[in-house]
Design a protein around this ligand. Structure first.
Ligand code: GLN
Length: 454
C-alpha cells in the first residue's frame, strides 16, 4: 500500500501526535492541581482536602513513580494480548474514567481515580510511543524527526494544561479542573478513533502473522541480545538524566520561590510559571534542534543515539553548574537572592539536554528492541523514567539537610561522569548495535524477516 504522507511524514504520525497531545494535556493538567487540591483547606469557596505539604508531596512522588512504572505492565500486555493499538484505546478509556472519578468529591472515588490513571497511562504511554516507531520502516531516515515532532505535540499539551486546567481548578473549582483534564482525554480518544484508518497495520498484535508465530518460538539471537545490552546501558543514562531533570518541579521550584529574585519591572513572576518553561522551550527549539542534529549527521559526523545522549548529559551537567552560579551569586547579594537569568539559563539547558536524550531514546528503542518484545522494552524504559522520578525526589529531600549547593554539585558531577563514560564507550556500544542505526533510503518493511535472517 502506498504510504499517505503529510509534510513528509506518514499521516498516522499526526493522529498519534494529537492523541498524545491531549493525553499529556490531561496528564499534566491533573498533575498541576493535584498537590494544590490536596493541601487546600476544607473550608472556603473551593475546598480541598487539607493535607500537609509533606503528605501531599509524598502522594505526588509515589504517583509520579507508579504512573510511569506501570508502563512495564502496559508494554507486556500489548506484546502478549492486546497489541499496541488496542492498548492505547483501552488506556485512553481508563484515563477518562480516572479523571472523572477524581473529579467526584469523595475520597473513595479520588483513590480509585488515581489507580485508574496509573493503569491507563501505563497502557497508553509506552504503546503510543512504540507505534510512532512502527510508522517508519527499518532504516528510514525520517524516524528521529518523527519522534521529535511527536515530542513537540507532547509539550504543546504540557504547556497548555497548567494554564487552562490550573486556572480553572485553582480559581473556580478543583473538580471542574479534573473534569477538564478528562475532557482533554476524550478529545484525544476522538482523534484516535476517527484517525485509525491512518494507522492500518501499525501496532497490531504480532502473533497474528506466520512470521511472528515463528519468532515467538525462537530464542533471541546474538544480535538481539547485544542490542538489548546497549539498551540496558542507555537506561542507566536515562535514570540519571530524569533524576536531575525532575528537580524542576521539586527542589528547583522551591529554590525559585525562596532564593531567586523574580521581580520583573516591579512585578513578581509567580513561581509556578517556571513549571511551564520546559514545555515552552521544547516547543520553541524542538524543530531547530532536530534540524541541527540532521545537518550534523549529514556532514557525516558522529550522530549515533548514544553519542547524542552523552552530549545531553554534559549539557545537563552544565545546567547544574548554572544553578551553582545562582547559589553563589545569592550568597553575595544583599537581599540573599540570585538573579533570574541563572534559572532561565538552567531550564533552557535542561531542554537542550532533554531533546538530545528523551526523543532520541524513544526512537532508539524502536530501532533496537526485538520485535516480539517491542512494547515491553518501551514499557521498561518508562519504568526506568519512573525510578528516575523517585530518585529526583530523594535528591531533593537530601538537599533539606546538606544544602542546595551540595546537591546541585552532586548532580552536576554525576551527569559529567555519566556523559564522559558514555563518550568513552560510544564506539563499543555502536558495534553492539550491529548497524541498527544505519540509514537506508529505500527498504522493504521487513524487520522481522531481517531478524529471522540474522
Ligand atoms: N515530558 C515528556 C512526556 O511527558 C517526557 C516524560 C518522561 O519520559 N519522563 O512524555
Amino acid at each position: 500500500m502506498q504510504e499517505q504522507t503529510m509534510w513528509g511524514h506518514p499521516k498516522g504520525l499526526y493522529i498519534l501526535f494529537f492523541t498524545e497531545l491531549w493525553e499529556r494535556f490531561s496528564f499534566y493538567g491533573m498533575r498541576a492541581i493535584l498537590v494544590l487540591y490536596l493541601t487546600a483547606q476544607t473550608t472556603g469557596d473551593n475546598p480541598g482536602l487539607d493535607w500537609t505539604s509533606k503528605e501531599a508531596l509524598a502522594l505526588y512522588g509515589w504517583y509520579g513513580m507508579f504512573v510511569y512504572f506501570m508502563g512495564i505492565f502496559g508494554g507486556a500486555i500489548a506484546d502478549k494480548w492486546l497489541g499496541q493499538k488496542q492498548s492505547v484505546l483501552v488506556g485512553g478509556v481508563l484515563i477518562i474514567l480516572g479523571q472523572f472519578s477524581i473529579s467526584i468529591d469523595s475520597l473513595m472515588t479520588f483513590y480509585s481515580g488515581l489507580i485508574l490513571l496509573v493503569c491507563g497511562v501505563g497502557l497508553l504511554k509506552p504503546n503510543i510511543s512504540t507505534m510512532v516507531g512502527g510508522l517508519y520502516k527499518k532504516g528510514d531516515i525520517r524516524r528521529d524527526a518523527g519522534f521529535t515532532i511527536f515530542y513537540i505535540g507532547i509539550n504543546i499539551g504540557a504547556l497548555a494544561a497548567p494554564l487552562l486546567v490550573g486556572y480553572i481548578g485553582e480559581t473556580y473549582d478543583w473538580h471542574l479542573g479534573f473534569s477538564l483534564a478528562g475532557i482533554g482525554m476524550i478529545l484525544g480518544q476522538i482523534v484516535y478513533v476517527f484517525g485509525r484508518k491512518h494507522l492500518q497495520g501499525i501496532g497490531d498484535l504480532l502473533k497474528h502473522s506466520a512470521t511472528e508465530a515463528h519468532l515467538a518460538t525462537k530464542p533471541l539471537s546474538k544480535v538481539e541480545k547485544d542490542r538489548l545490552i546497549v539498551l540496558l546501558l542507555s537506561f542507566l543514562i536515562v535514570i540519571v538524566f530524569w533524576a536531575a531533570y525532575e528537580q524542576a518541579g521539586g527542589l528547583m521550584n522551591l529554590y525559585a520561590r525562596d532564593s531567586v529574585d523574580r521581580l520583573l519591572f516591579g512585578w513578581e513572576i509567580p513561581t509556578s510559571w517556571f513549571q511551564s518553561l520546559h514545555a515552552f522551550y521544547v516547543v520553541l527549539i524542538g524543530g531547530p534542534m532536530a534540524v541541527i542534529w540532521l545537518r550534523w549527521s549529514k556532514k557525516g559526523k558522529e550522530s549515533s543515539a548514544v553519542f547524542k545522549m552523552a552530549v545531553g548529559m554534559i549539557i545537563m551537567a552544565v545546567s547544574f553548574l548554572a544553578l551553582m552560579g545562582a547559589v553563589y551569586d545569592a550568597s553575595l547579594s544583599a537581599i540573599g537572592k540570585a538573579p533570574i537569568y541563572w534559572l532561565l539559563l538552567s531550564y533552557f539547558l535542561h531542554v537542550v539536554a532533554e531533546l538530545s536524550i528523551s526523543p532520541v531514546a524513544l526512537s532508539f528503542i524502536t530501532k533496537l528492541a526485538p520485535a516480539k518484545y517491542a512494547s515491553l522494552t518501551m514499557g521498561a524504559y518508562f519504568a526506568i523514567v519512573g525510578i528516575g522520578n523517585k530518585a529526583a525526589g530523594l535528591l531533593g529531600e537530601a538537599a533539606q539537610e546538606s544544602g542546595v549547593m551540595t546537591v546541585f554539585a552532586i548532580i552536576a558531577t554525576m551527569c559529567f561522569i555519566v556523559g564522559l563514560l558514555v563518550f568513552a564507550l560510544v564506539k563499543k556500544l555502536k558495534t553492539l548495535t550491529h548497524g541498527a542505526e544505519d540509514e537506508i533510503l529505500e527498504s522493504p518493511h521487513d524487520e522481522e524477516a531481517q531478524s529471522i535472517a540474522e
